[in-house]
Design a protein around this ligand. Sequence first.
Ligand code: ADP
Ligand code: MG
Length: 371
Amino acid sequence: MSAAHKLEEDLLSLFVVESVQDESGLQKYLRRVLEVATRCFRTTGASIFLHEDGIYQLAAKHGPGVRTPDGAVIEPGFGLAGEAIAEGQPRIITEGERSDISSSLIVPLMEEGFCIGVLNMARGHDEPHFGPTDMEYAQGVAGQIALAVHNARLFASTREIGRLKRLAEVGQMTAAIAHEIRNPLTGIYAAAKMIQEAPEMAPEMAEIIEDETDKLSQLCDEFLEFARPMRLNLERAQLGDVARGVARLVNSDFEQAGVALELKSAKVAKEIDPRRIEQVMRNLLQNARQATPKGGTVSLDVWDWGFTVRDTGEGMSEEAQAKLFSPFFTTKTSGTGLGLSVVQKIIHAHGGHLSVESALGEGTKFEVHLP
Ligand code: ADP
Ligand code: MG
């Protein structure tokens, strides 16, 4: 492999950013950037400054030739490096005899017209000064390095966000579990008190205690179902058959609510876990029925790519749509908000995906795509 080819490959490798999941990952990544940069520019030392709150702070350094002190900053417009940032152009700085560096190359990392950082390369007295060829080279690769570093930083920061989001979800989940458990507990406590005060009420109170413990146990099942990794028993099945079976099951609920249920099905065989898909259809139909006033219609349509559940119900606000699949999001007094989380988990386990369209006061459509 030629040297130029190797460098090209080194540069390309900077676009692999999967390992940049947090600050320490970013540190490692930046040191890799500097390793590549020192090879590209044949220098003994390099440092990189990154934009943060209007200034450029030293983010990493590499090699024995680097003299940048820890905590160094560059202010745009100030000093030779600051001028290079303001101009967006690389610049060679020749140092005096007293410095142990003979010359430096300052390369602003421009991404879409904005300087996201600065590469600072140094050569010692026993190395040749930076010259016009290096300038040209810098102009060529700076854009690539800038884009790669920009991607890596974005990747690191969204993963941060991801963790915060998960933490928030755990908090939300804990609050919801506590809330769900407290209701039946209050019932059980009241019934026990009653038995103490009026022992003749014991048989009646025992029934309440039994009901409330059933509720708690059901709740535990639901929570566990939600937390458990999904295992599928795949078989080739007719989607239409599953839909017809579900429609039969929920028919009386729809009749009671005065909501019409329409079923249209194409002949489609798919590799699915029929019981899980049944669960998905049941959940979506139940939500649709609950959202639809008397006289409305809910349709379950099977297509060759999957199925849809449409209703002419209350619809959802944009805000509700954004939280729809978050566990424990519910607008119902007796809802657990786990239905759609489980639905999503099942569909993803099948390698499929689902989407929602909804308009307040007009209705909602869930589209389920199965591979
Ligand atoms: P739950 O039914 O226990 O509330 P889900 O996860 O099944 O939990 O649904 C979460 C929320 O999404 C519901 O509380 C409701 O606000 C909203 N939602 C789901 N399906 C529909 C629908 N077809 N029409 C309007 N809102 C819906
Ligand atoms: Mg539901």
